[in-house]
Design a protein around this ligand. Structure first.
Ligand SMILES: Cc1cc2nc3c(=O)[nH]c(=O)nc-3n(C[C@H](O)[C@H](O)[C@H](O)COP(=O)(O)OP(=O)(O)OC[C@H]3O[C@@H](n4cnc5c(N)ncnc54)[C@H](O)[C@@H]3O)c2cc1C
Ligand SMILES: NC(=O)c1ccc[n+]([C@@H]2O[C@H](COP(=O)([O-])OP(=O)(O)OC[C@H]3O[C@@H](n4cnc5c(N)ncnc54)[C@H](OP(=O)(O)O)[C@@H]3O)[C@@H](O)[C@H]2O)c1
Length: 277
């Protein structure tokens, strides 16, 4: 765990934010650092803030009098009292070089509008749901798997998280324990949830990319119930992460007869990139 802030953040936090028509100013409730590249934090939830599990919102900090904003997936589920985020730390990143220094009590800008395609409504009904993430692409899936509704819509939910380093496996303990500490979903998740972690650039029991695990079928050796192949009839998927991964995974799913969905026209899989670049 890291803590500590520098004077830049203190000064930024001291410049009290003023809520506007487009933004709330919400206090940070807690911060959890996973490693030198990743951290999670939560802010209080304004009473008027509505979102669907899996959506993203613009968040930010003040910079030279103006808010510096970036898109972030909400990692907490739609019913939660607080809004949780999983963030990268880009050392020279305009926002995250400062955001990584936030402390409880600091104010964060929070957009009033949420949006996104990684929502259950953009998928046709199905039996198995595959949530495929690289890096911080896990964030929207943390929201979805902690929403009791997903276990009513799908018989089984599988999260596959691919990262470079073992310490990049944020929430590994909670996911390995099948969300046992979450009273709203623990009972369903115990029966209906599977977590598959893979670490591609350090020693780890599973070191294969998601694309490789799908091509060679080894994904289904990790406790995924049902047929050991993907079916557009009964399987649904969401993908979030780097653009390269999304392109490669989309090609695999399209090749198996899956059609991409949207809010306007639900389909068999949906995508969202976790960052631009
Ligand atoms: C729809 C959407 C949802 C997003 N959700 C999240 C989220 O939940 N958590 C999150 O940390 N970021 C998320 N991002 C990325 C986020 O908007 C910012 O890019 C990120 O916070 C870095 O901001 P920055 O100003 O420090 O650097 P930027 O100038 O925005 O980025 C600098 C460079 O850092 C790299 N980078 C940026 N974000 C990431 C990332 N998440 N993982 C790996 N490399 C990255 C890219 O190479 C990028 O060009 C999302 C982006 C989009 C488009
Ligand atoms: N994570 C770090 O330790 C680290 C440190 C410094 C800088 N960075 C920089 O930060 C940026 C993002 O890094 P990141 O680690 O968050 O994300 P990333 O490079 O997208 O890697 C995350 C996971 O996605 C996998 N992946 C990448 N492309 C894929 C594809 N086409 N198909 C299937 N799987 C794919 C990676 O496997 P592979 O390992 O096989 O590529 C890895 O397991 C990169 O530009 C990187 O240079 C990362």
């Amino acid at each position: 765990m890291q803590s500590g802030r520098n004077n830049t953040m203190s000064q930024a936090a001291q410049a009290k934010l003023t809520p506007s028509a487009a933004f709330h100013a919400e206090p940070v409730l807690w911060v959890r650092h996973w490693n030198d590249r990743l951290f999670s934090f939560a802010v209080s939830r304004p009473a008027s803030f509505r979102f669907r599990s899996g959506e993203f919102v613009m968040i930010g900090l003040p910079a030279e009098g103006k808010p510096l904003l970036r898109a972030y997936s909400v990692a907490s589920p739609a019913h939660a009292d607080e809004l949780e985020f999983l963030s990268i730390k880009v050392q020279d990143g305009p926002l995250t070089s400062k955001l990584q220094l936030i402390q409880p009590g600091d104010d964060l800008w929070l957009g009033r509008k949420t949006t996104g395609t990684l929502v259950a409504d953009a998928l046709l009904p199905g039996k198995r749901l595959f949530l495929l993430a690289t890096g911080t692409g896990l964030a929207p899936f943390l929201s979805i798997i902690r929403d009791p509704e997903i276990y009513e819509r799908f018989e089984h939910v599988v999260v596959v998280h691919s990262v470079r380093r073992v310490s990049d496996l944020a929430y590994r303990q909670e996911l390995t324990a099948k969300l046992a500490d979450d009273p709203l979903v623990a009972e369903n998740a115990a029966m209906q949830f599977t977590y598959v972690a893979t670490v591609t650039r350090e020693e780890f029991p599973n070191q294969l990319r998601i694309t490789t695990m799908l091509r060679d079928g080894s994904l289904f050796e990790h406790g995924v119930p049902g047929a050991a192949e993907l079916s557009p009839e009964t399987d649904r998927a969401m993908m979030c992460g780097s653009m390269d991964m999304i392109k490669d995974l989309s090609a695999i799913f399209e090749g198996k007869g899956f059609a991409e969905g949207s809010n306007a026209q639900p389909g068999q899989y949906v995508i969202e990139r976790a960052f631009v670049g």
